[in-house]
Design a protein around this ligand. Structure first.
Ligand SMILES: [Zn+2]
Length: 417
């Protein structure tokens, strides 16, 4: 029933029925882009009204609310916001070919620049990502960073909600002259890998995009098809070979566009669901154990890669694989595809010597390892798992806390290795 000044619309949302009361957010699902309550409303996803004002119109002003078709998605995993992901910038990929637009943002005084080079990143005195204006860099002696040519690579990252543009600069070879003037502003170059782990979510996402693209540009200065020297185009998202007869200029070629390397990483759970399998690499800090992981191979599905890696590294056979979530890993350009897998066997043998040890851990043991991983530095004693900025931590945590939401097997592999 609707009354002036009172809105008793009952909505069937994902988690059941709810009642919208005056002065609260109206989550009306619309049958079209309607005008409700005599006022224009913003619609989200085409059909969702997010009005927050008091409802005053008669019931006739509101058409019957369509039942939202969310039930079909109820059992899908929720979104996980990993470190290095959740980039809020609009990448404006359709504008990358617009040289006038790019030139305008390059010269705009409000544009911000991330400075990278030789696997080092410019940071502030509190170890956050430094984002400078063009004037800041030119005042510090960095005019040559904007002159183009082979010495510098510029990558357009996108714009924020205020339309401020963000760029990344690879100034390898020119950074030495900038260090002293920038240090007077409290800025310094830090090794990018440890520094990026400590960035806030926004800066980590910016770094992830920038480092992956700059690294790809630096490794593709010569055409992989004909050997010709390539040039950077499309705001740093394409390398072009000058040889018109080169196959890389015929249609869309993988050699011309940035690559991302898929890696599977799996929290392997025993058949009874009460233990998880974690291993350790010799290069890891003493006491660290984490999930089985490895690069995917050509012609391989995600679930097959999980099967193969589990067997090669631990001898354990996998019966089921569920996708969990993914995380960009910009060292240099991996995508970590996080899975939860059910083991069919438990006998451990280290076939490929990639791990120096692998063990089954109980839920309590894993919980303690997660707690130890929260410490900033590795504890002197005790075992710990991956740090919270890594997807492995989230995967183990989802099992320990029983928060993994999918109840349907993504795959029940039949094939055996
Ligand atoms: Zn070529």
């Amino acid at each position: 029933m609707y009354r002036p000044g009172w809105h008793r619309l009952r909505l069937r949302l994902q988690r059941g029925w709810s009642t919208v009361v005056p002065g609260t957010t109206c989550l009306s699902w619309l049958t079209s882009n309607q005008v409700l309550h005599g006022q224009a409303r913003t619609t989200v996803s085409g059909r969702l009204c997010l009005c927050t004002s008091r409802v005053t119109n008669s019931p006739r002003a509101i058409k019957p609310v369509a039942r939202p078709a969310l039930s079909a998605f109820r059992h899908l995993p929720r979104m996980h916001h990993h470190h290095f992901a959740s980039n809020p910038l609009d990448r404006l990929s359709t504008k990358r070919g617009d040289s006038t637009f790019l030139a305008k943002t390059l010269s705009d005084t409000s544009s911000k620049f991330l400075v990278y080079g030789g696997h080092r990143i410019l940071v502030t005195k509190d170890r956050e990502l430094a984002l400078l204006s063009r004037l800041d860099l030119e005042t510090a002696g960095g005019q040559s960073l904007f002159e183009g040519g082979e010495a510098t690579t510029l990558v357009f990252l996108g714009v924020d909600s205020r339309s401020i543009a963000y760029w990344a600069i690879d100034g390898t070879g020119q950074l030495a002259g900038l260090e002293e003037p920038l240090s007077q502003k409290g800025l310094s170059f830090a090794s990018s890998r440890p520094a990026a782990f400590g960035f806030c979510s926004f800066h980590a996402a910016l770094f992830s995009q920038a480092a992956s693209l700059l690294d790809w540009n630096s490794r593709n200065r010569f055409c992989s098809s004909c050997g010709g020297r390539t040039s950077s185009d499309d705001g740093g998202y394409k390398r072009t070979c000058p040889n018109a007869a080169c196959v890389s200029n015929k249609g869309i070629q993988n050699s011309s566009y940035p690559r991302t390397d898929p890696v599977v990483i799996a929290c392997i759970i025993s058949k009874d669901g009460e233990r998880c399998l974690l291993g350790r690499k010799p290069v890891w800090p003493q006491g660290m154990y984490s999930c089985v992981a490895g690069f995917m191979e050509g012609g391989e599905s995600i679930e097959e890669a999980v099967q193969r890696e589990a067997y090669e590294e631990t001898n354990v056979r996998i019966s089921k694989v569920w996708y969990h979530s993914s995380q960009p890993w910009p060292f240099p350009a991996q995508l970590m595809i996080g899975c939860v897998a059910q083991a069919e066997t438990e006998d451990i043998q280290l076939h490929d010597d990639e791990l120096e040890d692998a063990r089954w851990f109980t839920r309590e043991e894993a919980r303690e390892m997660l707690s130890n991983a929260e410490a900033h530095d590795a504890p002197a004693t005790g075992l710990f798992t991956a740090k919270p900025y890594a997807i492995a931590n989230t995967l183990v945590k989802s099992w320990v806390n029983d928060t993994f939401e999918s109840r349907q097997p993504w795959s029940s592999p039949q094939a055996r290795i």
